[in-house]
Write a protein that binds this ligand. Structure first.
Ligand SMILES: *Cc1c(COP(=O)(O)O)cnc(C)c1O
Length: 239
């Protein structure tokens, strides 16, 4: 199957999952995750209707930005403060904010470029130590801090489900974050708007949508397996 057929399949499944959860296809944003893939593959997907793409490394955004057709870029991976400057004027949404230090640097860079930046707080609800993201208990500190910021706008939550073959575990995980999302929505925090719930990847995007996600981040189900050996050749472009 080529990208076109894979994309059609993903589209069909997103539509079905949206309808199952009482929503419509338009209520869900599909972010096509293009990490490790070349610009021409990205342009092919854009030609087939992809409007949003996601990268997990700032240097890939920087390197591919000029070669890719106009599209909305999302930064979905761990972001070091010293790399915010490479992506601040290129992405529309940063999904992976997990510290006040990072919020401060995004504010500083956004101010420098005279723009506003939408962010999501990455929550690590499963408590897995290897994953980035703040714990459920730490979320409020970041929400309260948003009141101090003028350029940075908190727009929702993001999570990565633990790798598991047990879909029941994922449902519990997604339900948990959905509940947190609703709890925050019911309180009022200055400069916080719970619009986006970003959860679900190739293996679990339908489950995530059924649990309330309105952004899914899908890579391999559209583009096939990633070739990480390419990375070695790219070392020269590391920043
Ligand atoms: C790579 C990645 C994805 C997509 O993963 P697939 O399993 O290929 O769909 C989604 N979210 C994040 C944060 C990623 O790094």
């Amino acid at each position: 199957m080529g990208i076109k057929e894979k994309l059609e399949e993903v589209e069909r499944r997103i539509t079905a999952a949206a309808e199952k959860s009482g929503r419509q296809r338009e209520d869900i944003t599909l972010v096509a995750v293009t990490k490790t893939h070349p610009a021409d593959m990205m342009n092919e997907a854009i030609a087939f209707g992809i409007t949003d793409i996601g990268e997990n490394k700032p240097q890939e955004v920087r390197d591919k930005f000029e070669q890719v057709l106009p599209v909305k870029w999302h930064l979905i991976g761990h972001l070091q403060t010293n790399k915010v400057k490479y992506i601040i004027d290129k992405v529309c949404l940063i999904h992976s904010v997990d510290s006040i230090k990072l919020m401060d640097e995004i504010e500083r860079q956004a101010d420098k470029h005279d723009l506003e930046m939408d962010i999501l707080i990455q929550v690590n609800i499963s408590g897995e130590e290897t994953k980035s993201g703040v714990s459920r208990d730490e979320v409020e500190e970041l929400l309260l801090y948003a009141a101090k910021l003028k350029r940075v706008k908190i727009k929702g939550l993001m999570t990565i489900a633990p790798k598991t073959d047990n879909s029941v575990t994922n449902i519990l995980h997604f339900d948990n974050i959905r509940q947190l999302f609703i709890d925050i929505k019911q309180k009022t925090y200055d400069n916080v708007n719970m619009e986006y719930l970003s959860m679900g990847m190739s293996g679990d995007y339908e489950t995530a949508i059924e649990c309330g996600a309105n952004i899914v981040r899908v890579g391999s189900a559209i583009f096939g397996e990633r070739n990480y050996s390419q990375r070695e050749h790219r070392k020269g472009t590391e920043i």
